[in-house]
Design a binder for this molecule. Sequence first.
Ligand SMILES: [Mn+2]
Length: 231
Amino acid sequence: MFSIATNGYDKIFQACLDSHQKYADLQNYDYRAFTKSPPSGISGTNSAWLKVAIILRALEKGYQNVFFVDADALIREYTPPIDSVFCQDKFVYMSVESSGNFNSGVIIVVNSPQAIKFFKNLLLRADVPNSLLPKSDRCLYENGHVINLAKNSPIVQIIDPKWNYNYNTNIGEGEKEYISHGRELEAWKQKPHAKKPPLSLFQSLLVRIEQGPRYFLLNRLLKFYEHEYNF
Ligand SMILES: [Mn+2]
């Protein structure tokens, strides 16, 4: 089980990270909060893509299951263990927002060749600009590619939105969420929000060329985090 909270997010979302650790202790899960930044820094987009690289690496290393939770997600104490969602022949579990699109803030993965292939394919899209995706799939950071890849994947199972309750999800009346995502108002006020308008396809391709392939950058970042956190 892990979360990524770089660039000071660990301070802003300390209560969320504490709730992760508490849940992990209760369920006997091995939990890491990746909070350090490499000497060369790490952008918000790369922090988001890093989770894909870490999930894949953890699967390759043989962790039985991998559970990713966003740093701004608060896990309630009564949340059941992740294996309560498992069903046959499904290896990736996520919930959808009211739009029907997956939200990649909470991802549960069962280690299997199918899951490894899924995350390999996802990571290969790290250099594909969002603007190349169908309009309805476009989303922040890596989430658009998660939506696009997951919606046609037979190994992905939609789980109860209680697992990822944000401002765009509906849960049944009187139901209590397991994970409250991005709803911690005080913390959100402090979160530095990007005001920049979205880049055009041409602009984003230029940025990608300038920075070099993200795929390789992610592999370098992964080496740093693997070494620092010994996972
Ligand atoms: Mn989030």
